[in-house]
Write a protein that binds this ligand. Structure first.
Ligand SMILES: Nc1ncnc2c1ncn2[C@@H]1O[C@H](COP(=O)(O)OP(=O)(O)OP(=O)(O)O)[C@@H](O)[C@H]1O
Ligand SMILES: [Mg+2]
Length: 589
């Protein structure tokens, strides 16, 4: 990914119109140029109706030369106007394609800054479609505004000017027509926006539901729940249909009233025109001119509601997307956060409290891990071991106490430097759908090929990778589904090895390996642990035997603390577990 070094905080406005300006500002000269060209082209375009008047006047005056000249000039004028519009298209391209890319890039950048908790609470599919809604608005609404809304506005103004010259009453009627249409459509817009937002939300829910089903299709098959899943989707699509119906119905209603308004006012306007012609106030050419002007914009007038609707709809979806993506960050660097210096890698938990929505996982938790200590963390499932890792990485903020690394509170250093100092082999490693090489190099993109191969060998991954059809170039599928659990784990270990961080966290790092691979990897892990502070979590206590120290967690506190020799004879929880397992696994209950 291309990263943009950014000193100052990324601030993105979350209201649609300010957001438009935000994505337009870097390309404002293109925006200005295209706007000018569109205005000029639209003025000429609407004014070209004047040729009809010239032709009719020449015919009435029995002047075939003049009539022929204007009749031939008209297509030439149309051609020139068309070329101007095409030119505006090329200018507009510079604005729209750049703004749309800029929008994607900035939103991605912002999105990735959200905390762990934000992503846990949201569906990937739902975030994806919100992002798309915002970008669709940028890439569709700008063209609509230029070539529909702005062009229509210019056409109205030109029409009114001609009408004023020809017949002031008809001009006033036309002005009232436009005013009435605008007022009515503005009155209707809030409801329309509301329905559009509901429509977008239902759409997003359906997409997210589908993605959830597809992602877990394994479970759907294993439990043969096709029908149940289909029903869930039916419910979501029913909700979408209902709001879609309502939304559509409202559009028809708006367009119906636009048609009625248009009908009433055009009756009056044409009556004035014909009346003026009868009284000799208006020439035949002028009547033809007005008719031509009117016929050029009648279509626009009927669909003025639709243009409003589309804009309102897109703005509605955009607002929804922006509000969700641009929520303030839950976890932010303090204003003068300094990079963490972790050369000793000594870790201190001081009176730490943390709860998940009221469910306390840590209570007044104290722990001192000296530099270079290898600590084993034991506790029943749900005791908070993985949460321990999350908190150390500051993926959630704690509610009491502090966590310090070499005397620096992790809440006061930059998150980047903190995470740079800690290599994690997670409980359920997820790999990118990229080549295995890229997945390993993720630990350190600057590593050499030789270094990459070395860690792959140490992590016992080289052999199986070499046997894959494309070796290190093999793509691993979404989240790594094309590899076995043990293979994924070995790739994750290689990746962590390459990161070369002073603190190493192993969350069930070898749980998916058979004993043989584990024995082989254990050696590699030992060399990896050399000179680092290590926190290793394991249900299989035998893997923790060689740790310098083992702590047992229960109810958010440490209940036993010592090395294997001590704890296995202490008569406590650890001893009971150890005897129970006899080198095997730790029971969950
Ligand atoms: N995102 C979350 N939202 C709410 N509660 C959570 C969340 N993540 C974990 N918990 C809860 O916090 C507690 C600790 O979970 P944690 O994953 O840390 O346990 P663990 O010790 O790693 O268990 P295991 O051995 O099964 O991996 C559990 O009660 C769990 O239900
Ligand atoms: Mg866990």
């Amino acid at each position: 990914m291309q990263t943009i070094p950014r000193k100052e905080k990324l601030v993105i406005p979350s209201t649609p119109f300010r957001y438009f300006w935000f994505v337009t500002k870097p390309f404002k000269w293109w925006a200005l140029a295209v706007t000018m060209v569109v205005i000029i082209a639209a003025v000429f375009n609407q004014s070209s109706a004047y040729f009809f008047r010239l032709i009719v006047d020449a015919v009435e005056a029995d002047d075939p030369v003049k009539a022929l000249r204007y009749a031939l000039l008209y297509p030439v004028a149309v051609l020139i106007i068309q070329l101007m519009f095409r030119g505006s298209g090329l200018l507009g391209r510079q604005w729209v394609t750049n703004a749309s890319k800029y929008s994607y890039d900035r939103l991605t950048e912002y999105l990735l800054g959200h905390s762990h908790g934000y992503f846990i609470d949201r569906f990937a599919g739902s975030l994806m479609s919100k992002m798309q809604n915002v970008n669709n608005a940028v890439s569709n609404l700008i063209p609509d505004m230029l070539w529909q809304h702005l062009t229509a506005l210019v056409s109205f103004i030109v029409t009114i000017i001609f009408l004023i010259v020809v017949d002031i009453n008809a001009a006033l009627t036309f002005a009232f027509l436009i005013a009435t249409l605008v007022l009515y459509n503005r009155y209707a817009a809030p409801t329309k926006v509301k329905y559009s937002r509901e429509n977008a939300a239902a759409n997003t829910a359906l997409r997210a539901g589908l993605i959830d089903t597809i992602t877990n299709v394994q479970a759907v098959r294993q439990y043969s729940r096709n029908k149940l899943e289909a029903e869930r989707i039916f419910n979501l699509s029913t909700q979408l249909k209902n709001i879609f119906d309502k939304n559509w119905g409202y559009s028809v209603r708006i367009m119906f009233w636009n048609g009625i308004i248009l009908f009433v006012f055009s009756l009056v306007m044409f009556w004035f025109l014909v009346y003026g012609w009868q009284n000799g106030k208006t020439s035949t050419g002028e009547v033809v001119l007005i008719l031509a002007l009117y016929s050029q914009i009648a279509g626009t007038l009927i669909f003025i509601g639709r243009a409003f609707n589309n804009a309102a709809e897109m703005v509605g979806e955009m607002r929804e997307g922006l509000e969700e993506i641009l929520l303030p960050y839950e976890i932010i660097d303090t204003p003068n956060a300094q990079p963490l210096l972790a050369d000793q890698a000594q870790i201190d938990w001081k009176g730490v409290g943390f709860e998940f929505s009221g469910n306390a996982v840590f209570k007044d938790f104290d722990l001192h891990i000296p530099s270079g200590q290898r600590l084993g963390l034991v506790g029943q499932s749900g005791a908070g071991k993985t949460t321990f890792v999350s908190l150390l990485l500051r993926q959630h903020d704690i509610s009491a106490g502090s966590i310090e690394i070499d005397g620096q509170d992790i809440a006061l250093v930059t998150q980047d430097s903190l995470r740079q100092a800690i290599a994690v082999v997670p409980q359920e490693p997820a790999l990118f759908h990229r080549s295995i090489r890229e997945n390993i190099l993720y630990g350190n993109p600057n590593a050499t090929e030789a270094e990459m191969l070395e860690v792959a060998k140490k992590a016992q991954a080289h052999d199986f990778i070499s046997e894959l059809p494309d070796g290190y170039e093999t793509l691993v599928g979404e989240r790594g589904v094309k590899l076995s659990g043990g293979q994924k784990q070995r790739v994750a270990i290689a990746r962590a090895m390459l990161k070369d961080a002073p603190i190493l966290v192993l969350d069930e790092a070898t749980s998916a390996l058979d004993s043989e691979s584990e024995v082989a990897i254990q050696k590699a892990l030992e060399s990896l642990m050399e000179g680092r502070t290590v926190i290793a979590i394991a249900h299989r206590l035998s893997t923790l035997r060689k740790m310098d120290r083992i702590i047992v967690m229960e109810n958010g506190r440490i209940i036993e603390d010592g090395n294997h020799e001590e704890l296995s004879r202490s008569g406590g929880v650890y001893e009971k577990l150890w005897n129970h397992q006899a080198g095997g696994f730790m029971p969950d209950e």
